[in-house]
Design a protein. Sequence first.
Length: 295
Amino acid sequence: MPTRHATLTGIAMMLLGMLLFALNDVMGKWLVATYTVGQVVLLRSVVAIAVIAPFVVKQGVGRTLRPERPGLQLLRVTLGSCEVAMFYWAVTYLPLADTMTLWLAAPVWAVVLAALLLGERIEPVRWLAVVAGFVGVAVALNPSGQSLSLPAIIALLGSFSFAAMMITGRQLRGTPDVTLVAWQTFGALVVGLLLLPFGWVTPSLTDAALLGLLGIVAMVAHLCVTRSLKLAEASVVVPYQYTLIVWALLFGWLVFGDWPTLSMLIGAGLIIAAGLALLVLERRAGKPVEMHDPP
C-alpha cells in the first residue's frame, strides 16, 4: 500500500496535471482563433514527439513501434486522434468550460459502451448514475431551449470518442505507458497532416513558441498524471480530475470573458456527481479504477 507521503504526493501530481491540461486547453483555444485545427494539432504533435523521443529510445524503438495487438492499438489511436481534433474544433466556437463539461461526461458514456461492447453487467444503481449523467449533459448542451449547434454536436461526438478510447484502453493494460503515448502522438501527427491542406497561416515567432509550448505542456501533464497513478491508488487520485472544470471556469472567465450560465453549472454538477458515483460503485465492486488523460 502507498505511504501517506506517497499518496499526498500523488494527489499533488494529479492536481498539477489537471492545471497543466487546463493551461494546454486555454492555449489551444487561443491559438485556434488564428490558426487552423490541423496546424495546431500538427505542430503540437511535432514538439510532443521531440519530448517523448528519449523515452522511446530508452525503451527501445522496435518495442515501441511493434506493440502487442496492433489492430487494437490502431483503433485506440484513431479514436484518440479524432477526439483531439474534435476538441480543438469545438473549443473554437464554444466556451472552454462548456466544452470541458461535455468531455467530463466520457466516464458515463464508457459505462454504456462497456455494457454494449464488452458485455459487462451493469447494476441498476449504476444505470441511475448514468441517467443522471445524461441529464447533466442535456442541461449543459441546451440551456436556452435553442436547437443544438454543430459545435455542440462535435463536442458530444468528441466525448463519445474519448469514452470509446477508454474502452479500448481497458484491453491494453499490459502495454507500457511510453508505447501508448508515442502511438497516440504519432496518430495526432497524421491527423494534423491530413487536415493541413484546409489552411495554413505562417505563425509569428511568439505564436510559434506558443505552439511549441502547447506540446510541451501537454506532455508534462501526461507525465504528471502517470506519476500520480504510480504513487497513489487510482481510486484516491482519479476524483481530482474534476478540478479540471474549476480551472476551465476560471480561465474561461479571466482569459476569454466567458461567464458560465446557471444551466451549465447545474449540468456540470450533475455530470461530476454521476462520475463520482460511478467511481465509488466501481471501487466497491472491486474493479480497477482507470484514469485517462484529457485532450
